[in-house]
Design a protein. Sequence first.
Length: 185
Amino acid sequence: MKTKILSVSLGLIMSVGVLFFLLPSCEQIKDATSFKVKYDLPDQHFTIDSLSHLKTEQVLFTHAYTANIDSILTANSGLLGNATFSYLQLTVVSPDWVTLNWINSARITLTPQGGDPIEVATTLAIDTVARTINFEVKNVDVASNINGPFVLNVYGDLSGPIPTGSIEMLMESGIEITINPMGGK
């Protein structure tokens, strides 16, 4: 009888031990069940006038956004993992011959309504023949900062004068929201 109880107990302990090692952790389950929702912000066309840039670092672009992500945030209340920028891109549209050789480096900040600026992307060296900057997006959670009006600013460290009277530019950006059905952050 003692042998049977000992065998059952040992089998139960071994089963629990095996399950402990075979089953993934709660964090792995949470990661496996999370999904991402991509949200593209509206493209912004703007013009840079060469007469307005006399300092080294200048604001090249500023725009107030109101992202319509309330429905995503409300529908997944308590399940929001984080929100980060998925891409930020600045492109010369015209004239065709203009490159970005007049910019040494650039950075982008997000300023929520009534809040302080948060740096969300940078670029160090810019190729002198490039017409597009694909910013290196920082892994900064901006979920609480984009739930309402916010402003994006693009700052450029200028290497010299702009090569023409005016340049038409395009700013493209997108946000990626992570939803965790097993619980928030």
